[in-house]
Design a protein around this ligand. Structure first.
Ligand SMILES: *Cc1c(COP(=O)(O)O)cnc(C)c1O
Length: 240
């Protein structure tokens, strides 16, 4: 086994133990939690090693980066999530390269995604990203804009709204993020009830705070550094 593969396997083991422990605390089953491996800034060989360790869901935050790694990974049966801000002019390429867009945050963007999905003959699942902390540098709709964007998506034949995603403000102490996770869950529950549609996906929690997210109802967690190691250069999203 290569050093890369054994390092990723050991990291993954640690992540799985943490998922297990938080599920025990929350009275949930571990199979209720989907682990999305966030592979941004890591090369295709890291993704392949994680795949061999059993992971099947991967997240990238930029269309171009996903594109640059795609040729080396075409043989892998992987679900790709776009988790970073998407500009409308890249919607077509994103609809082609990704299985789900988790960071939808505007009416113009959803229209473009719908046309692109139609062109590729697919029904594209999407999540709406909510900016819970009102942070100017982060993307996502405000809680007040959520309904209007859901209204835009509802009639589109080639998009399917599956739930909500958020990157709350960063706190050293994960307990301080708990109210934000609880808020996202309440927004999801209210939206689902008002529209009488299932919104099963609640994507929240990252390497340092996913236990709290699981306790607050996350159905998917997005984990990068705890699986792949520290990132050499931070992504644009985090630099901002
Ligand atoms: C980078 C990133 C993650 C993963 O962050 P880690 O702290 O490395 O686990 C999760 N979600 C989004 C949107 C990201 O950009």
């Amino acid at each position: 086994m290569t050093a890369l593969k054994s390092a990723i396997e050991a990291n993954l083991e640690g992540v799985r133990e943490r998922i297990h422990a938080s599920c025990l605390r929350a009275g949930r089953r571990t199979d209720e939690i989907t682990l999305i491996a966030v592979s941004k800034t890591f090369p295709a060989e890291s993704i392949r090693a994680a795949y061999e360790a059993g992971l099947r869901e991967f997240g990238e935050n930029r269309v171009q980066e996903r594109e640059s790694k795609s040729a080396a990974l075409t043989d892998l049966g992987v679900t790709w999530h776009l988790i970073g801000h998407l500009q409308s002019n890249k919607a077509r390429r994103a609809a082609q390269l990704f299985s789900r867009i988790d960071s939808v945050d505007g009416a113009a963007l959803v229209s473009k995604l719908d046309s692109a999905a139609a062109e590729f003959g697919k029904r594209l699942p999407v999540l709406i990203e909510v900016n819970l902390g009102g942070e100017a540098a982060k993307s996502g709709v405000t809680p007040e804009q959520l309904d209007a964007l859901a209204d835009h998506i509802a009639p589109l034949a080639h998009l399917e709204l599956r739930g909500l995603m958020s990157v709350p403000p960063f706190f050293e102490d994960p307990e301080r993020v708990r109210p934000y996770f609880a808020k996202l869950r309440a927004l999801r529950d209210n939206l689902a009830a008002r529209r009488n549609i299932p919104l099963p996906a609640l994507s929240m929690g990252m390497s340092h705070d996913f236990e709290v997210a699981i306790e607050e109802g996350a159905t998917e967690i997005r984990v990068g550094s705890a699986i792949f190691g520290a990132r050499a250069r931070e992504s644009c999203d985090r630099l901002l």
